[in-house]
Design a protein around this ligand. Structure first.
Ligand code: CMP
Length: 143
């Protein structure tokens, strides 16, 4: 079963969108196996976004993600990575379709509400970076 790392960014937390976003993933049928609200430090932010280190917006990105708490989650289900990505919508709000999280709530590429792993390899790296194994659960849906 596939797992993906999802983070609601400071703008999503401050705008009161945690409940709506969690609800969307629940209703779609993905299973929440880990979650926490945390203040990210510079070290974690830089490791998380290491692939963007050379991009001109890297400093802005790290500064935004460390500016106030984020809500980090791990969701599980068949094709969880690609399903979550399609629910989030495109990174650039110009391309984010209505019905997606970014398409419904965002107009900024920087403050784009949510991050989701872009591949199963990224998901494995990001889950290990953000969560201890003791913070993750494993259970079956029985009802
Ligand atoms: P995310 O999916 O978290 O991964 C990298 C992030 O970089 C992306 O979402 C955007 O929020 C951010 N990003 C991409 N392009 C720009 C840009 N031109 N200016 C600021 N932030 C950007």
């Amino acid at each position: 079963m596939e797992r993906t790392f999802i983070m609601i960014k400071p703008d999503g937390v401050q705008r009161g969108l945690i409940g709506d976003i969690v609800s969307r993933f629940e209703h779609r049928g993905l299973k929440l196996v880990g979650a926490k609200l945390l203040q990210v430090d510079k070290e974690l932010a830089e490791k998380h976004y290491a692939e963007h280190r050379e991009r001109p917006f890297f400093g802005e990105l790290v500064s935004f993600i460390t500016s106030s708490p984020v809500f980090a989650m791990v969701w599980e289900g068949a094709n969880a990575v690609s399903i979550a990505r399609s629910m989030m919508g495109k990174t650039n709000p110009v391309d984010s379709l209505p019905g997606t999280i970014r398409g419904d709530y965002g107009i900024s590429v920087g403050m784009n509400l949510i991050h989701g792993s872009d591949s199963t390899e990224s998901a494995a790296r990001e889950i290990a970076l953000w969560f201890n194994s003791s913070e993750l659960t494993s259970y079956e849906h029985t009802i």
